[in-house]
Every structure is written in C-alpha cells, then in structure tokens.
Ligand binder design. Structure first.
Ligand code: G6P
Length: 582
C-alpha cells in the first residue's frame, strides 16, 4: 500500500503555508529524524500545470462550513468546487489533522467520509478520498449518511466498524439548491470552527497551486488502496434505537402502535423511518420522499421552508398519523407536526425541547439564536423556570456559547436555533436533528408507559402557555455590493452603518424601546411586538424579523425600520416596501 506511508510526514508542512513542500518532493526520500524514512510521491515533481482554474479558496468559506458550486448549468454560478479543489481541501484537512493529533509513528490516522443525496456527491466523495489518501491517511467511506452520524463516528468505540475515526468529512450543502455542495469537518472535539476552516482553505490553496495532471493521476491510483467502505449508519441508527429503548425501561418496542410519518425531502434522512422508527414498533405508512434524489423534486428539504412544512402537515392529516417528522438534507435539522397539523418548528420546537430539558435539569439555561420571540423568553423563564439566553444566529455560535457558559459555571444543557439546529449537552453538543426527534419519542414512550397520556397531545400539553404573535415575518433586504453608495467598502461595513443609523433613529422614538443584552443587530420592542434587523451570517443581506399582535402593528414596526433605512441607496428595501403597503 504505497500511500500508507506517503505523507504522514506532511505534518511538517503544516502550518508552513508557503507551500505543501512534501507534495512536490516526488519520489525523494525524506528523512524524518526519529521517524522512518518515507517516500513522498503523492505529487509528481513536474512544474505545476497552470490549466487549473484560478480559485479564490477563501470565498468557499461559509462560517464554519465550506460551500461552493459543484454542478455546472446554473446561469451566473460557475463551478468553483471542482475535483482538484476538493482534493486540495481534503488533503489540507488531513494534514491539519496529522498536525493536531501527532500520531505515534506506527499509527495510521483514519478519516470517515459521508455524503447527502446531492448529484455531485459521488464525484466529490472520490476527490475527497484521493485528497486524504495523498496525505497517507486512511479513508473510510460511509456512503449516504447524515452530518450528525459523521461526527458520531469520531466518538463511537467499535473497532469492527473501524471506529472511532480521527476525523470526519461530511459532503453536504444542507438545504441549498442542487448545484451546490460543500463540506463540514469534525474531530472528537466537535465541528471545526471558523479559524480552522480559514487555515485549511489557505493551506489548500497552496496544495492546489502545486497540482499537475500527472500528480493528480498518480494520487488517484494510490488512493484506491487506502479506501475502505463501512456501513456506519447501521451503528448510528442502532444507537438511536437503543437510546429510546433504554429510556423506556428496556422495552423492545416502546412505540408500538404509534403512527409516525417521516418526510426526508429526498435528502439523507430516509433511514429514520425504516432503521429507527420501525424497530421501535412505529407504523410509518404514508412516509414520503424517503428515497435520496439530489434534484429534490418534491420540496426543499428544510424545516424552515413553508412548502416543506405544508407537505408533511398534509401527509400527517391525510394519514391520520400521531406525529410527523421532517429533516433537512443532511439531518442536522428537524421539525415535527402533531396529529392536528400543528407545526413544531421555530419557537415552538425550542419551547418543546426546553420543556423536555428543563424537566430533566430544572433551572438550566437555554441558549438560542437571536431571532427567537419574546413569548419564548417568558415561556422558558416564567412557565418552565429556566433561563433564556438569547444569543447570536448560527448553530455553531449557540453551541459554542452554551459550552462557554458551562465552562464559567453557568449550567446549560440545550443550544438550539429557530432554524431547527439543536444540540444537547448529553449528546456531546452535537447538533443532531434525529437526536432531537428521539427526545420527543422518548417523551411519547414514557408518557404512555406511565399512563400520563398518549399520542401527540402529550407534546401540545408541554408547550401550553407559549404565547405566539399573530404576525411573524422575516424579510431579507439585499445589499448591492457593486453599488456606488458602498464607496468601495465591504457590504459588512455598509450593513453596520445601516444598523447604527437605525439604532440612532429608533432611540428618539418614544414608542420604541431598544432591547438590552442583544448580541447582534438592532432589536427593538414597540406596538406590542418587536423587530430585529441584523447582518446575515454569510450573505450581503440584512434579515428583518418582525413579530406583532396584528398586521397593523407589524406594519408600524416595518415603517419605523423603513424610515431609518431608506436613505441607504444600496439596500434593496422592496420586500419591506411591499410589506408596509399591505
Ligand atoms: O444569517 P442568515 O443568513 O439568516 O443565516 C443563518 C444560518 O446560516 C447557516 O445556514 C447556518 O447553518 C445556520 O445555523 C444559521 O442560522
């Protein structure tokens, strides 16, 4: 196995970003001091081929993920996640991992690779595998998998399934359109953060520069020997099943007789019906869009999407099911629908999860994103006796904040976003849509076992008292990055200037009151409701959330925002204009 010892020494190349030097030292023997001499022939030492597209690697960063265009054909969206780019990124991650882990000479690291249902999945899986193998790290391919399962594979102790792995890569672009794809990276310590992703991309750019056609071909051949395939989803789903059984007092089929419908939106979540629910005794007839299809022909797999929620609601009602469960493409997000068609997503899902977590951990702090409602705060604090810490948008932000709170002595067991991302301390702070649903199932099973209720009513009762605004909207106001009004500056600076101006304007309006302790954007209460204008995490967009007791009040809040922002010529306020004219 030639690649077996190719580039364990590549740690020497990290973090020297001047070049991936070892890659260029084709077939030279490299003396590693107390290490065995190794051959380094991953990349042929011919001059780098300049025919590869120039790619701005840092543009592929999307917070703590990598995202790009992997499929040609959409106007204005050229492919930037090509196979060589992918290979360079995977090689860079493997080199980063070697540097982090500094494994003993005899130990080979292994990285698991999984993907969602996208049409570019196979192509990118191959490229990722070649990249990893070129660094002398073993590749364990899982095929179709969920993002949480990938993280889990860094923790599972099961040598028969080659676990735990040292690192993991999930190939996914969550709910984005079919032509996109991307990567999420994990180690046993969790998902990689923004700073690491930036380092990995910078390093990948150096690796990419050195690629030649010959070197790519050679490393492909080497890679095939380092790749093994494992059916890890069997292990992961068996763990979920075991968790529900355990919680129900080791009953084999604690959900016998329940009728639950799964809607996977043709993403990767179809496993939940056959491999989790059915072994627990659930009837899953009527479940839909379970088969993977990267063109997503039925609806976007996204619990925040109205059409998606409508589809699962209809299925639950038509089939007279007890519950519906919907996942996003890579199953790190989820939502539910009860037998009456009531949606448990956004604030309601957070309220429900908070109720479950606060039953187990009275008084604990619930960390959420910034767009959560005032009604949620009073529900968590007054009804449930917990503490609501409304933080920033972004799943990684809320998870990291919950971990930080625990580290300074403030107990927190749940970090959750309105987007449907949710992570529990008991589950290693892994944001796992399937695990959230398992918590609901546990509740259903235990309520039935104790005779305290059955069916979806148990869940409705848990959020009794949650006040919900009659009107809740999100409008996304785009910043035209090429507009002269930016004066050559960044859209972020421009957005900050809009926010500053809004803050000043609203502070002089006696009917409006700025919220205290906000961590991003401008949040203001008034007219019986509130609004929040903030910068999007990734896009040149200012999302505006408004909640109010009536349309009239919502419009008043909208007008207050509009009055302040309309002088910013590069901001497209058409969505807001339309909203206030209703
Ligand atoms: O800031 P926005 O554009 O609303 O996007 C915010 C969202 O971005 C990504 O999708 C993250 O995975 C989510 O955790 C986050 O909520």
């Amino acid at each position: 196995m030639r690649s077996a010892h190719l580039l364990q020494g590549c740690r020497l190349a990290w973090p020297d970003k001047s070049a991936m030097r070892l890659h260029t030292l084709t077939k030279h023997r490299i003396d590693l001091g107390n290490r065995a001499s190794i051959h380094c022939n991953a990349v042929q030492c011919t001059s780098a081929v300049s025919s590869f597209e120039k790619i701005d690697f840092l543009k592929l960063q999307n917070g703590s993920d990598i995202r790009g265009v992997a499929v040609a054909g959409v106007k204005g969206e050229p492919v930037n996640l090509t196979e060589p780019v992918t290979k360079a990124i995977a090689a860079s991650f493997a080199a980063w991992l070697l540097e982090k882990k500094k494994p003993a000479e005899s130990k080979r690291l292994r990285i698991s690779v999984g993907h969602d249902s996208r049409i570019s999945a196979q192509k990118l899986q191959d490229a990722v595998s070649h990249g990893i193998a070129s660094i002398g790290v073993d590749v364990i391919q899982y095929g179709l998998a969920s993002t949480p399962a990938m993280f889990n594979s860094t923790l599972t102790e099961y040598e028969n399934f080659l676990c735990p792995v040292d690192g993991s890569i999930m190939i996914t672009a969550s709910h984005l359109p079919y032509n996109r794809n991307g990567f999420k990276f994990f180690t046993g310590a969790g998902g990689l953060g923004k700073a690491d992703i930036k380092d990995i991309l910078e390093h990948a750019a150096n690796i990419y520069e050195k690629f030649t056609d010959t070197s790519l071909k050679e490393s492909e051949e080497a890679a095939n020997a380092a790749v093994r395939k494992v059916d890890y989803m069997t292990v992961y789903t068996a763990d979920l099943v075991a968790a529900v059984r355990r919680d129900a007092g080791n009953v084999e089929k604690p959900l016998e007789g329940f009728h639950i419908i799964v809607d996977a939106g043709n993403g990767a979540g179809g496993f939940f019906a056959g491999k989790v629910l059915e072994p627990l005794g659930v009837v899953t007839t009527g479940s839909q869009f379970l088969e993977p299809d990267g063109m997503f022909p039925n609806h976007i797999p996204n619990p925040e999407d109205k059409a998606a929620m409508k589809a699962i609601t209809q299925a639950v009602l038509e089939n007279k099911a007890d519950l519906g469960i919907i996942f996003d493409t890579d199953v790190d997000r989820s939502a539910a629908v009860d037998s009456s068609g009531r949606e448990f997503n956004r604030n309601r899902l957070i309220a429900l999860m908070s109720a479950l977590v606060l039953e187990e951990h009275p008084g604990t702090t619930i960390v959420t994103d910034s767009v959560t409602s005032d009604g949620l705060t009073s529900f968590i604090e007054k009804k449930l006796g917990g503490k609501h810490h409304r933080f920033k948008r972004g799943y990684k932000n809320v998870i990291d904040e919950a971990i930080r709170l625990n580290s300074i002595g403030e107990e927190s067991h749940l970090a959750i976003e309105t987007s449907g991302h949710g992570a529990l301390k008991e589950n290693h702070w892994l944001d796992d849509g399937a695990y959230l649903m398992v918590k609901l199932l546990n509740k259903l099973a235990s309520a039935r076992a104790s005779g305290s209720g059955s069916g979806g009513k148990v869940l409705i009762d848990l959020i009794d008292g949650l006040e919900e605004a009659a009107v809740a909207v999100e409008l996304r106001l785009k910043i035209d990055q090429n507009h002269a009004d930016l004066k050559g500056g960044s859209f972020r600076d421009y957005g900050e200037a809009v926010l500053k101006h809004l803050e000043n304007t609203t502070s002089s309006d006696p009917k409006l009151k700025k919220a205290s302790n906000t961590y991003e954007g401008v949040r203001v209460s008034g007219h019986g409701g509130w609004f929040l204008l903030r910068l999007s995490l990734h896009d040149p967009v200012l999302p505006l959330n408004i909640e109010a007791p009536s349309n009239e009040d919502a419009v008043k809040l909208g007008l207050a925002v509009l009055a302040a922002v309309k002088k910013f010529a590069a901001l497209d306020t058409s969505a807001l204009d339309k909203f206030v004219q209703q």
